[in-house]
Design a protein around this ligand. Sequence first.
Ligand code: EPU
Length: 423
Amino acid sequence: MPSAPTESALVVRPNGPLKGSVPISGAKNSVLKLMAAALLAPGTHTVHNVPDITDVAVMSQLLDHMGVVVRREGSTLTLIVGEELIAEAPYELVAKMRASIAVLGPLLARCGTASVAMPGGDDFGPRPIDMHLRGLELLGAEFTSSRGIIEGRCDGLLGANIVLEFPSVGATENLLMAAVRAKGETTIDNAAREPEIVDLAAFLSQMGAQVTGAGSSTISVEGTERLSPAEFTVMPDRIEAATFLAATGVAGGEVTLTGARPDHLDLLCQKFGDMGIKTSPDPDGLWVFMNERLHSVDVSTLPYPGIATDFKPLIVAMLTVGDDVGIVTENLFTGRFRYIDELIRMGADIRTEGHHAVVRGVDRLSGAPVRAHDIRAGAALVVAALGAEGETTIVGAEHLDRGYERFVDKLVALGADIERVSV
Ligand code: EPU
């Protein structure tokens, strides 16, 4: 009889302040889109600084399904994209990773057809893709959907002026990747401004695309008929950097985030400064120091350059041991509060009202068995556990593997007492 799939857990015990330096890996939310963008040009692409995480493995499987050969050597990925592609993203893979939707724009641009399973909702609440589809329709694509599959087709894409209802990261990326192969000029207004968009535009430019304005709210693209394969180095992961910042905030200590980009973390460092954490750009990345109790602050999530929704679980975890009351407001996703029940199991005093969480700091959390329901929730529970009294066991460690490379090893190297066990 086949054995049931095993879950794994992280066991965390408090072990005093963190000390040392930690390398920040390549950004998950950039590399997944760069891999999708490679579909736009046949030939051999080389991407450096690729984190060894399961989401990259899933994207590799998806590209493999389409006929792309993906090889990894150390942190370098080689993607060999053929002249012919199978323009299909099946449900089994899309269900594992919503970012699979990023292949829709490139497939339409390259093949004139795309069959992509609809990503469902998740713990964040409903996650529609209406803005992706609407923008692609403006570029000339047509869509039908049945049995959970979206079928798109176009007879060549044509540049258009697109105004997004909201600066969606995924929609901006899909439209940008489609527009670089559309005929004529496209403008994307109210575009997302995240650093990952800038990375994607730089990769596309390396391929020969003409993109201006990435990183601002208006992106202009002059379509190009044929793009060439490119070589590119992925930006550092700002969410991983924020996670180690938060960990140092709770455990205390002195840590250098090697390779981090302080300019991607400006507002977060300002907010963390209000909480008592000292940070300073360093020739190696970002220096972090903490030796007092965290101060409570109010935080609202917003699209970049605001405080990212991905930082929110970390901030809530920090506020649980703050010196007063902090109110955290979520403006991007309707859900994403499930980890709060787990923090409450550890003794946190949190009340949620609509999209607000009111967090009253307690002196110390107490370790408990808890469950991680998604990547960032898992990271937040680890952060909370670093400062808790006694042992915390976090089931669902696999979620962390989706986005954090060697997370346990990196924390152990900083002096944390954390190990992974099968359950
Ligand atoms: N939205 C729509 N319609 C659309 C697209 C988005 O209503 O067609 C809404 C969403 O429901 C949400 C808001 O717009 O309320 C923002 O969503 P966005 O499209 O910006 O998010 P995403 O592209 O699906 C990426 C990251 C997320 C990150 C968000 C926000 C990747 C793979 N994912 O998601 O990262 O939280 O941007 O910054 O890039 C993570 O790494 O853990 C993660 C979830």
